[in-house]
Design a protein around this ligand. Sequence first.
Ligand code: CMC
Length: 394
Amino acid sequence: ADTGVITLDDGFVNTGSTRSAITFLDGEKGILRYRGYPIEELAKSCDFVEVAYLLIFGDLPNAEEIETFRSGIREHTMIHEDMRSFYNGFPRDAHPMAILSSVVGALSTFYQDSMDLNDPRQVEISLYRLIAKLPTIAAYSYKKSMGQPFMYPKNELDYCENFLYMMFATPTSDYLVDPDFAEALNLLFIVHADHEQNCSTSTVRMVGSSNANLFASISAGIGALWGPLHGGANEACVNMLERIAADGGDVKKYVDMAKDKSNDFRIMGFGHRVYKNSDPRATIIRASCDKLLAKLNLDDPLFEVAQKLEEVALKDEYFIERKLYPNVDFYSGVIYRALGIPVQMFTVLFAIGRLPGWLAHWREMHANPASRINRPRQIYTGATQRDVVPVDQR
Ligand code: CMC
C-alpha cells in the first residue's frame, strides 16, 4: 500500500520485493530448495535441463514433457549467421561477459516479434531461444579470443556436452567430450540455477517490470552478474588464489589483509548476504571438486591454497564474528580450471547456469496480476532550492 512514508533500507537487507514460489532459502539453517526440492537431491538425480524445466514451469517434467522441452531447445541452438559477424567488431581481448550481454541484447534486433509481451507464443519462443543460444554465444566469445573458427552446435549431444564441444572442438581434430567433464558442468549449472532475489535476478525483474522484452531484461541481468561482489567473484577468487600461490602460499597474510579496514581487499568467495552458517552450494561443489580432481589425478596447487585459506579463515575471530563462510564461488573456479575453462569464462558459465532462474522469475512476475513497475523511492539529501546564477557570475 502507498502510505507516503518512506523507509530506508540500504542494500535491501530487509525489504521483500515480491512474493515468489520458485526458490526457498533459509540462511540460518543453510537450506536451499527449488520448487520444494532440496538442492542436494536435484544435484544427485537430475540433469540441468530438467532443473531448468522445474524452475520455469513449476514441476519436474514427465518423460514426454522433457522430450518436448529438449527438442524445443535443440531447434534453436544455432545463432543467425549475421550475428556471427558481430564478433569481428569486438576487440580480441574483450571480456566474454561484455560480449554475452551485448549479443543477448542484440537478439531483440533479430527477433522483433519478441517485443510483443501479449503474445504468449512469442514469449515462449524467446525463452527457448535464450536457453538454446546462450551456450553458443558464450562458446563463440571464447573462440573469438583464441582466434579459432566457431564450431556449430551438435544437436545429438546433450546440453553440457554441446557447450564443451563448441568450446574445445576444432575442425581439424576429433573432440570427444569427457563424460566426467559433462557431469561436473551439469552439477555446477544446477547449483547456480536460481537463488531467489539476488542482484542479477532482481535486475531482471526490475527491467522486466517496465515491460521491456525478455532479451533486454536478461542482458541487463548478465551485466549485474558480472560484478565481483556477485557472479564475478568466481573469476576474482581464482585470481586471488593465484596471487596467494605466487606469493608463496602465505594464506595468513591474506586473511590479515582482508581484516584490515585500511584497504578494501576481501577474501573472494567468502561471505554471503543471506547464508550465515554455511552455503549448501559450496558444500556440494567442494565434494564435486574433490571427486573430479581425484578422478583426473590432478594436483591443482590452487585447490591446496583454497583449502588452507578456508581452514585459517574459519578459525579466525573476524570471520567467526561476522559469520563469513565459503560461498558458491569459492571452489567452483577450481573445477572450471580442471575442465580447461579459462578464467575469464567463469562468470559466463555462472550466467548459463543462472539463466533458468532469471527466466522463471521474469515469467512469474508477468503472470502475477498484482505486479507493477518496480520503482523504489529515496530520501533526498541534496541542496534545497537554489537560484540559477548566470554563467559569468558563477
Ligand atoms: N572478506 C573479508 N571481510 C568480509 C567479506 C570477505 N569476503 N565479506 C564480508 N566481509 C565483512 C565486511 O567488511 C563487513 O565487515 P564490518 O561489519 O566490519 O564492516 C561485514 O563482513 C559484513 O559485510 P557486508 O559487505 O556488509 O555484507 P553484505 O551482505 O553486504 O555482502 C557479500 C555480502 C557476498 C557481497 C560480501 O560478503 C562479499 O563482498 N564477499 C566477497 C565477494 C563474494 O564472494 N561474492 C559472491 C557472493 S555468493 C554468489 C553470488 O551472489 O553471486
